[in-house]
Design a protein around this ligand. Structure first.
Ligand code: C5P
Length: 443
Protein backbone atom coordinates (compact mmCIF):
# COMPACT_ATOMS: atom_id res chain seq x y z
CA UNK A 1 0.00 0.00 0.00
CA UNK A 2 2.89 2.41 0.58
CA UNK A 3 5.79 3.33 -1.64
CA UNK A 4 9.21 3.99 -0.05
CA UNK A 5 8.61 7.73 -0.41
CA UNK A 6 5.67 7.46 1.93
CA UNK A 7 3.13 8.10 -0.82
CA UNK A 8 0.46 5.44 -1.06
CA UNK A 9 0.10 3.86 -4.47
CA UNK A 10 -3.15 4.63 -6.30
CA UNK A 11 -5.61 1.78 -6.56
CA UNK A 12 -6.07 1.51 -2.80
CA UNK A 13 -9.51 0.06 -2.16
CA UNK A 14 -11.26 2.44 0.18
CA UNK A 15 -14.49 1.59 1.90
CA UNK A 16 -15.94 4.98 2.77
CA UNK A 17 -18.30 4.82 5.74
CA UNK A 18 -20.64 7.75 6.28
CA UNK A 19 -22.55 8.26 9.52
CA UNK A 20 -25.20 10.72 10.58
CA UNK A 21 -23.47 14.07 10.96
CA UNK A 22 -24.07 17.35 9.18
CA UNK A 23 -20.51 17.01 7.82
CA UNK A 24 -21.84 14.11 5.69
CA UNK A 25 -22.38 16.57 2.85
CA UNK A 26 -18.58 16.91 2.65
CA UNK A 27 -18.26 13.14 2.19
CA UNK A 28 -19.42 13.58 -1.42
CA UNK A 29 -16.38 15.78 -2.07
CA UNK A 30 -14.19 13.26 -0.24
CA UNK A 31 -15.51 10.39 -2.39
CA UNK A 32 -14.70 12.40 -5.49
CA UNK A 33 -11.21 13.31 -4.30
CA UNK A 34 -10.51 9.66 -3.50
CA UNK A 35 -11.56 8.63 -7.01
CA UNK A 36 -9.45 11.38 -8.55
CA UNK A 37 -6.47 10.11 -6.52
CA UNK A 38 -6.89 6.71 -8.18
CA UNK A 39 -8.62 4.86 -5.35
CA UNK A 40 -11.41 2.35 -5.84
CA UNK A 41 -14.22 3.58 -3.62
CA UNK A 42 -17.26 1.81 -2.24
CA UNK A 43 -19.61 3.59 0.11
CA UNK A 44 -21.54 2.32 3.11
CA UNK A 45 -24.02 4.65 4.79
CA UNK A 46 -25.76 4.32 8.12
CA UNK A 47 -29.52 4.85 8.31
CA UNK A 48 -29.05 8.32 9.82
CA UNK A 49 -26.51 9.39 7.21
CA UNK A 50 -29.19 9.10 4.55
CA UNK A 51 -31.09 11.94 6.21
CA UNK A 52 -28.16 14.22 5.35
CA UNK A 53 -27.10 13.00 1.91
CA UNK A 54 -28.63 10.49 -0.49
CA UNK A 55 -27.06 7.18 -1.54
CA UNK A 56 -27.78 8.20 -5.12
CA UNK A 57 -25.31 11.09 -4.87
CA UNK A 58 -22.55 8.78 -3.70
CA UNK A 59 -23.48 6.16 -6.28
CA UNK A 60 -23.20 8.73 -9.05
CA UNK A 61 -19.81 9.92 -7.77
CA UNK A 62 -18.28 6.48 -7.25
CA UNK A 63 -19.97 4.55 -10.04
CA UNK A 64 -20.70 1.77 -7.54
CA UNK A 65 -23.89 0.78 -5.73
CA UNK A 66 -24.03 2.20 -2.21
CA UNK A 67 -24.68 -0.26 0.63
CA UNK A 68 -26.98 0.78 3.44
CA UNK A 69 -28.33 -2.38 5.02
CA UNK A 70 -26.93 -5.58 6.44
CA UNK A 71 -30.14 -7.47 5.76
CA UNK A 72 -30.51 -6.69 2.07
CA UNK A 73 -30.73 -10.03 0.18
CA UNK A 74 -30.22 -8.44 -3.22
CA UNK A 75 -27.11 -6.49 -2.24
CA UNK A 76 -25.74 -9.46 -0.29
CA UNK A 77 -26.15 -11.61 -3.41
CA UNK A 78 -23.94 -9.12 -5.31
CA UNK A 79 -21.12 -8.83 -2.75
CA UNK A 80 -21.69 -10.28 0.69
CA UNK A 81 -20.69 -8.18 3.68
CA UNK A 82 -17.78 -10.46 4.61
CA UNK A 83 -16.54 -10.25 1.01
CA UNK A 84 -16.82 -6.46 1.21
CA UNK A 85 -14.93 -6.46 4.51
CA UNK A 86 -12.14 -8.47 2.85
CA UNK A 87 -12.19 -6.31 -0.29
CA UNK A 88 -11.16 -3.13 1.55
CA UNK A 89 -7.54 -2.06 2.03
CA UNK A 90 -8.74 0.85 4.12
CA UNK A 91 -11.96 1.59 5.93
CA UNK A 92 -12.37 5.34 6.19
CA UNK A 93 -15.29 6.69 8.19
CA UNK A 94 -16.03 10.35 7.60
CA UNK A 95 -17.86 11.74 9.40
CA UNK A 96 -17.69 9.49 12.46
CA UNK A 97 -20.36 10.54 14.94
CA UNK A 98 -20.15 10.18 18.73
CA UNK A 99 -22.72 7.39 18.55
CA UNK A 100 -20.80 5.45 15.91
CA UNK A 101 -17.58 5.87 17.87
CA UNK A 102 -19.31 4.52 20.98
CA UNK A 103 -20.68 1.51 19.11
CA UNK A 104 -17.31 0.76 17.51
CA UNK A 105 -15.48 1.19 20.80
CA UNK A 106 -17.88 -1.30 22.37
CA UNK A 107 -17.27 -3.77 19.52
CA UNK A 108 -20.90 -3.74 18.45
CA UNK A 109 -22.08 -4.99 15.07
CA UNK A 110 -25.66 -3.75 14.96
CA UNK A 111 -25.66 -2.38 11.42
CA UNK A 112 -23.74 -2.91 8.18
CA UNK A 113 -20.97 -0.38 8.86
CA UNK A 114 -20.11 -1.58 12.37
CA UNK A 115 -20.32 -5.22 11.20
CA UNK A 116 -17.86 -4.49 8.39
CA UNK A 117 -15.46 -2.79 10.81
CA UNK A 118 -15.53 -5.81 13.08
CA UNK A 119 -15.14 -8.26 10.20
CA UNK A 120 -12.35 -6.45 8.37
CA UNK A 121 -8.62 -6.58 8.91
CA UNK A 122 -8.13 -3.46 6.77
CA UNK A 123 -6.40 -0.29 7.96
CA UNK A 124 -9.01 1.71 9.86
CA UNK A 125 -9.22 5.49 9.83
CA UNK A 126 -11.92 7.84 11.03
CA UNK A 127 -12.59 11.56 10.97
CA UNK A 128 -14.75 12.34 14.01
CA UNK A 129 -17.31 15.12 13.72
CA UNK A 130 -19.68 16.32 16.40
CA UNK A 131 -20.65 19.19 18.65
CA UNK A 132 -17.75 20.39 20.80
CA UNK A 133 -19.43 19.42 24.09
CA UNK A 134 -20.08 15.94 22.75
CA UNK A 135 -16.43 15.63 21.71
CA UNK A 136 -15.20 16.86 25.09
CA UNK A 137 -17.55 14.56 27.01
CA UNK A 138 -15.55 12.00 29.05
CA UNK A 139 -17.51 9.16 27.42
CA UNK A 140 -16.44 10.25 23.92
CA UNK A 141 -12.88 10.85 25.09
CA UNK A 142 -12.85 7.34 26.58
CA UNK A 143 -14.18 5.88 23.33
CA UNK A 144 -11.61 7.78 21.26
CA UNK A 145 -8.81 6.43 23.47
CA UNK A 146 -10.20 2.89 23.21
CA UNK A 147 -10.47 3.14 19.42
CA UNK A 148 -6.88 4.41 19.17
CA UNK A 149 -5.79 1.46 21.32
CA UNK A 150 -7.71 -0.89 19.00
CA UNK A 151 -5.66 0.41 16.08
CA UNK A 152 -7.93 3.11 14.67
CA UNK A 153 -6.22 6.19 13.32
CA UNK A 154 -8.19 9.29 14.24
CA UNK A 155 -7.88 12.30 11.96
CA UNK A 156 -8.86 15.45 13.81
CA UNK A 157 -11.34 16.73 14.73
CA UNK A 158 -10.44 20.29 13.85
CA UNK A 159 -11.38 23.18 16.07
CA UNK A 160 -13.42 26.19 15.03
CA UNK A 161 -16.95 27.39 14.36
CA UNK A 162 -19.52 24.59 14.24
CA UNK A 163 -22.75 24.15 12.29
CA UNK A 164 -24.68 24.46 15.59
CA UNK A 165 -23.07 27.85 16.31
CA UNK A 166 -20.68 26.59 19.01
CA UNK A 167 -16.96 27.17 18.73
CA UNK A 168 -14.48 24.47 19.72
CA UNK A 169 -13.08 21.06 18.76
CA UNK A 170 -15.40 18.76 16.81
CA UNK A 171 -15.40 19.93 13.18
CA UNK A 172 -14.63 17.24 10.65
CA UNK A 173 -11.31 17.82 8.90
CA UNK A 174 -11.74 19.18 5.39
CA UNK A 175 -11.91 16.47 2.68
CA UNK A 176 -8.57 17.65 1.22
CA UNK A 177 -6.86 17.23 4.61
CA UNK A 178 -8.39 13.78 5.07
CA UNK A 179 -7.21 12.70 1.63
CA UNK A 180 -3.77 14.09 2.31
CA UNK A 181 -3.51 12.21 5.59
CA UNK A 182 -4.75 9.03 3.96
CA UNK A 183 -2.49 9.06 0.93
CA UNK A 184 0.64 10.24 2.64
CA UNK A 185 2.42 9.05 5.71
CA UNK A 186 1.49 11.94 7.96
CA UNK A 187 2.89 11.42 11.45
CA UNK A 188 1.33 14.63 12.66
CA UNK A 189 -2.23 13.42 12.13
CA UNK A 190 -1.84 10.23 14.06
CA UNK A 191 -2.96 9.91 17.59
CA UNK A 192 -3.57 6.26 16.81
CA UNK A 193 -0.85 3.66 17.04
CA UNK A 194 1.52 4.04 14.12
CA UNK A 195 4.50 2.65 15.97
CA UNK A 196 4.79 2.55 19.72
CA UNK A 197 7.95 4.27 21.01
CA UNK A 198 9.47 0.97 21.97
CA UNK A 199 8.74 -0.51 18.57
CA UNK A 200 10.13 2.18 16.23
CA UNK A 201 12.00 0.39 13.47
CA UNK A 202 15.51 1.55 12.62
CA UNK A 203 14.22 3.01 9.35
CA UNK A 204 12.08 5.48 11.29
CA UNK A 205 14.88 6.90 13.44
CA UNK A 206 14.23 10.24 11.84
CA UNK A 207 15.79 12.23 14.69
CA UNK A 208 19.25 10.71 14.25
CA UNK A 209 21.88 13.45 14.43
CA UNK A 210 19.57 15.90 16.20
CA UNK A 211 19.91 17.14 19.76
CA UNK A 212 16.74 17.55 21.80
CA UNK A 213 16.53 19.30 25.18
CA UNK A 214 13.42 18.81 27.29
CA UNK A 215 12.36 20.30 30.62
CA UNK A 216 10.08 18.10 32.71
CA UNK A 217 8.37 17.75 36.07
CA UNK A 218 7.65 20.42 38.67
CA UNK A 219 10.06 22.87 40.21
CA UNK A 220 10.40 23.17 43.97
CA UNK A 221 10.80 26.64 45.46
CA UNK A 222 12.12 26.57 49.05
CA UNK A 223 10.42 28.61 51.75
CA UNK A 224 12.73 27.41 54.49
CA UNK A 225 14.95 24.31 54.99
CA UNK A 226 11.91 22.00 55.31
CA UNK A 227 9.13 23.58 53.24
CA UNK A 228 8.66 24.46 49.62
CA UNK A 229 6.17 25.66 46.98
CA UNK A 230 5.52 23.19 44.16
CA UNK A 231 2.76 21.61 42.06
CA UNK A 232 1.31 18.22 41.09
CA UNK A 233 3.28 17.66 37.88
CA UNK A 234 4.33 13.99 37.69
CA UNK A 235 6.85 14.50 34.89
CA UNK A 236 5.26 11.63 32.93
CA UNK A 237 4.67 13.64 29.75
CA UNK A 238 8.18 15.14 29.66
CA UNK A 239 9.75 11.75 30.32
CA UNK A 240 7.59 10.17 27.59
CA UNK A 241 8.81 12.88 25.18
CA UNK A 242 12.43 12.18 26.13
CA UNK A 243 11.94 8.47 25.58
CA UNK A 244 10.22 9.02 22.21
CA UNK A 245 12.97 11.38 20.99
CA UNK A 246 15.67 8.91 22.05
CA UNK A 247 13.82 6.07 20.33
CA UNK A 248 13.83 8.14 17.14
CA UNK A 249 17.61 8.43 17.40
CA UNK A 250 18.08 11.90 18.93
CA UNK A 251 20.67 12.86 21.54
CA UNK A 252 18.37 13.76 24.42
CA UNK A 253 18.97 15.90 27.49
CA UNK A 254 16.27 15.92 30.08
CA UNK A 255 16.30 18.78 32.58
CA UNK A 256 14.13 17.34 35.31
CA UNK A 257 12.57 18.75 38.43
CA UNK A 258 12.02 16.37 41.37
CA UNK A 259 9.96 13.37 40.20
CA UNK A 260 9.90 9.70 41.05
CA UNK A 261 10.47 8.37 37.54
CA UNK A 262 13.49 6.42 36.29
CA UNK A 263 15.60 8.09 33.62
CA UNK A 264 14.60 6.71 30.18
CA UNK A 265 17.25 4.57 28.51
CA UNK A 266 19.72 6.48 26.38
CA UNK A 267 18.72 9.84 27.86
CA UNK A 268 21.05 12.17 29.76
CA UNK A 269 19.25 13.57 32.81
CA UNK A 270 20.16 16.74 34.66
CA UNK A 271 18.38 16.92 37.98
CA UNK A 272 17.36 20.37 39.22
CA UNK A 273 15.13 21.65 42.01
CA UNK A 274 14.27 25.28 41.47
CA UNK A 275 13.14 27.35 38.50
CA UNK A 276 16.40 29.30 38.65
CA UNK A 277 18.42 26.08 38.40
CA UNK A 278 16.22 24.88 35.53
CA UNK A 279 16.66 28.21 33.80
CA UNK A 280 20.42 28.05 34.12
CA UNK A 281 20.55 24.50 32.66
CA UNK A 282 18.18 25.44 29.82
CA UNK A 283 20.23 28.50 28.86
CA UNK A 284 23.34 26.38 28.77
CA UNK A 285 21.88 23.56 26.67
CA UNK A 286 19.39 25.30 24.36
CA UNK A 287 21.84 26.97 21.95
CA UNK A 288 23.33 23.58 20.99
CA UNK A 289 19.89 21.98 20.57
CA UNK A 290 17.87 21.50 17.40
CA UNK A 291 14.67 21.14 19.36
CA UNK A 292 13.85 22.59 22.79
CA UNK A 293 10.69 21.39 24.51
CA UNK A 294 9.45 23.07 27.67
CA UNK A 295 7.23 20.52 29.33
CA UNK A 296 8.05 21.40 32.95
CA UNK A 297 5.42 22.91 35.23
CA UNK A 298 7.65 25.72 36.37
CA UNK A 299 6.53 27.56 39.52
CA UNK A 300 5.60 31.06 38.47
CA UNK A 301 6.77 32.52 41.81
CA UNK A 302 9.42 31.80 44.44
CA UNK A 303 9.94 33.17 47.91
CA UNK A 304 11.87 36.43 47.72
CA UNK A 305 14.19 35.00 50.38
CA UNK A 306 14.08 31.42 51.65
CA UNK A 307 14.38 31.54 55.45
CA UNK A 308 17.67 30.21 56.75
CA UNK A 309 15.93 28.34 59.59
CA UNK A 310 12.55 26.69 59.85
CA UNK A 311 9.79 29.32 60.00
CA UNK A 312 8.15 29.15 63.43
CA UNK A 313 4.49 29.66 64.30
CA UNK A 314 4.07 32.97 66.05
CA UNK A 315 1.72 32.82 69.05
CA UNK A 316 -1.13 35.29 68.72
CA UNK A 317 -0.60 35.81 64.95
CA UNK A 318 -3.41 34.44 62.75
CA UNK A 319 -1.58 34.84 59.48
CA UNK A 320 1.83 34.75 57.89
CA UNK A 321 2.82 36.91 54.94
CA UNK A 322 5.26 35.50 52.43
CA UNK A 323 6.66 37.80 49.79
CA UNK A 324 6.95 36.04 46.45
CA UNK A 325 8.81 37.23 43.38
CA UNK A 326 8.34 36.13 39.79
CA UNK A 327 10.47 33.36 38.34
CA UNK A 328 11.92 33.81 34.87
CA UNK A 329 9.84 32.40 32.03
CA UNK A 330 12.35 29.79 30.89
CA UNK A 331 10.85 28.91 27.53
CA UNK A 332 10.19 32.53 26.60
CA UNK A 333 13.84 33.30 27.41
CA UNK A 334 15.05 30.38 25.28
CA UNK A 335 12.83 31.53 22.40
CA UNK A 336 14.08 35.10 22.73
CA UNK A 337 17.70 33.98 22.68
CA UNK A 338 17.41 31.88 19.51
CA UNK A 339 20.25 32.29 17.07
CA UNK A 340 19.30 35.27 14.92
CA UNK A 341 18.44 34.32 11.35
CA UNK A 342 18.48 30.54 11.85
CA UNK A 343 15.57 30.31 14.30
CA UNK A 344 17.64 27.71 16.14
CA UNK A 345 16.43 25.77 18.17
CA UNK A 346 12.80 24.99 17.26
CA UNK A 347 10.92 25.78 20.47
CA UNK A 348 7.89 23.81 21.64
CA UNK A 349 5.87 24.78 24.70
CA UNK A 350 3.09 23.09 26.62
CA UNK A 351 -0.04 24.63 28.08
CA UNK A 352 -2.27 23.00 30.66
CA UNK A 353 -5.66 24.71 30.71
CA UNK A 354 -9.07 24.14 32.24
CA UNK A 355 -11.04 26.21 29.68
CA UNK A 356 -10.74 28.14 26.40
CA UNK A 357 -7.92 25.81 25.32
CA UNK A 358 -7.39 27.23 21.86
CA UNK A 359 -7.56 30.91 22.84
CA UNK A 360 -5.03 30.51 25.67
CA UNK A 361 -2.77 28.34 23.51
CA UNK A 362 -2.72 30.94 20.71
CA UNK A 363 -1.98 33.65 23.23
CA UNK A 364 0.96 31.69 24.71
CA UNK A 365 2.32 30.78 21.28
CA UNK A 366 2.47 34.49 20.42
CA UNK A 367 3.42 35.94 23.82
CA UNK A 368 6.26 33.48 24.50
CA UNK A 369 7.51 33.55 20.88
CA UNK A 370 7.13 29.75 20.47
CA UNK A 371 7.20 27.76 17.23
CA UNK A 372 4.68 25.19 18.42
CA UNK A 373 2.46 24.68 21.44
CA UNK A 374 0.84 21.53 22.78
CA UNK A 375 -2.21 22.41 24.84
CA UNK A 376 -4.20 20.05 26.96
CA UNK A 377 -7.39 20.35 28.93
CA UNK A 378 -6.49 19.23 32.45
CA UNK A 379 -10.12 19.42 33.57
CA UNK A 380 -10.95 16.22 31.58
CA UNK A 381 -11.10 13.31 34.05
CA UNK A 382 -8.38 10.71 33.46
CA UNK A 383 -6.25 13.01 31.31
CA UNK A 384 -3.35 15.38 31.95
CA UNK A 385 -1.74 15.90 35.34
CA UNK A 386 -0.56 12.65 36.90
CA UNK A 387 -2.62 10.51 34.49
CA UNK A 388 -1.18 7.98 32.04
CA UNK A 389 -3.26 9.33 29.15
CA UNK A 390 -3.39 12.71 27.53
CA UNK A 391 -5.07 14.49 24.64
CA UNK A 392 -3.78 17.66 23.04
CA UNK A 393 -4.48 20.49 20.68
CA UNK A 394 -1.29 21.28 18.77
CA UNK A 395 -0.79 24.70 17.18
CA UNK A 396 2.27 25.64 15.16
CA UNK A 397 3.54 28.42 12.99
CA UNK A 398 3.60 27.48 9.34
CA UNK A 399 6.98 27.67 7.61
CA UNK A 400 7.66 30.33 4.98
CA UNK A 401 7.44 29.05 1.39
CA UNK A 402 10.38 28.12 -0.84
CA UNK A 403 10.08 31.55 -2.47
CA UNK A 404 10.28 33.20 0.94
CA UNK A 405 6.55 34.03 0.82
CA UNK A 406 4.78 34.34 4.15
CA UNK A 407 2.22 31.63 4.90
CA UNK A 408 -1.42 32.45 4.21
CA UNK A 409 -3.96 33.52 6.85
CA UNK A 410 -2.76 34.00 10.40
CA UNK A 411 0.17 31.67 9.68
CA UNK A 412 -0.91 29.20 12.37
CA UNK A 413 -2.09 25.63 11.79
CA UNK A 414 -3.63 23.31 14.31
CA UNK A 415 -4.40 19.67 14.87
CA UNK A 416 -6.28 17.81 17.60
CA UNK A 417 -4.60 14.68 18.94
CA UNK A 418 -7.19 12.36 20.48
CA UNK A 419 -6.78 10.90 24.00
CA UNK A 420 -4.17 8.17 24.13
CA UNK A 421 -1.34 6.87 26.26
CA UNK A 422 1.22 9.59 26.98
CA UNK A 423 3.89 7.44 25.30
CA UNK A 424 2.00 7.45 22.01
CA UNK A 425 1.05 11.09 22.26
CA UNK A 426 4.69 11.93 22.96
CA UNK A 427 5.75 10.09 19.81
CA UNK A 428 3.14 11.99 17.77
CA UNK A 429 4.31 15.32 19.24
CA UNK A 430 8.01 14.63 18.58
CA UNK A 431 7.32 13.52 15.01
CA UNK A 432 5.12 16.54 14.45
CA UNK A 433 7.86 18.86 15.71
CA UNK A 434 10.41 17.10 13.48
CA UNK A 435 8.22 17.61 10.40
CA UNK A 436 7.87 21.34 11.25
CA UNK A 437 11.61 21.61 11.92
CA UNK A 438 12.45 20.05 8.55
CA UNK A 439 9.89 22.25 6.76
CA UNK A 440 11.60 25.27 8.25
CA UNK A 441 15.09 24.13 7.28
CA UNK A 442 14.16 22.89 3.80
CA UNK A 443 11.18 24.96 2.65
O1 C5P B 1 2.41 30.28 31.20
P1 C5P B 1 2.33 28.81 31.39
O2 C5P B 1 3.00 28.34 32.65
O3 C5P B 1 0.99 28.20 31.21
O4 C5P B 1 3.19 28.27 30.15
C1 C5P B 1 3.48 26.93 30.01
C2 C5P B 1 4.70 26.76 29.15
O5 C5P B 1 5.72 27.67 29.54
C3 C5P B 1 5.31 25.39 29.32
O6 C5P B 1 5.98 25.08 28.12
C4 C5P B 1 6.30 25.63 30.48
O7 C5P B 1 7.30 24.64 30.52
C5 C5P B 1 6.82 27.00 30.15
N1 C5P B 1 7.23 27.82 31.31
C6 C5P B 1 8.55 28.10 31.49
N2 C5P B 1 8.94 28.92 32.53
C7 C5P B 1 8.03 29.43 33.37
C8 C5P B 1 6.66 29.15 33.20
C9 C5P B 1 6.29 28.33 32.15
O8 C5P B 1 9.41 27.62 30.73
N3 C5P B 1 8.42 30.21 34.37
Amino acid sequence: MSSPSGLRTPGTRVLLGISAGIAAYKSAVLARLLKQAGCEVRVVMTDGAQAFITPLTLQALTGEPVRTSLLDPEAEAGMGHIELARWADTILIAPATADLMARLAAGMADDLLTTLCLASEAEKVMAPAMNQAMWRHPATQRNAARLAEDGWRLLGPASGEQACGDVGPGRMLEPEAILDALLHKAPEDTPAPVTAPDEAPAASREATGLTVTITAGPTREPLDPVRYLSNHSSGKMGYALAEAAATLGATVRLISGPVSLPCPEGVERLEVETALEMHEAARRLAPASDLFIGCAAVADYRAERAAEHKIKKVEGEEGLTLRLVKNPDIIAAVAAERTAGTGHPFVVGFAAETRDLEAYARDKLARKGLDMIVANDVSCPGLGFGADDNAALVLWRKAVGQDGASPEGDGIDQEMLAPQAKSRLAMAVIRHALVCLQARRHP
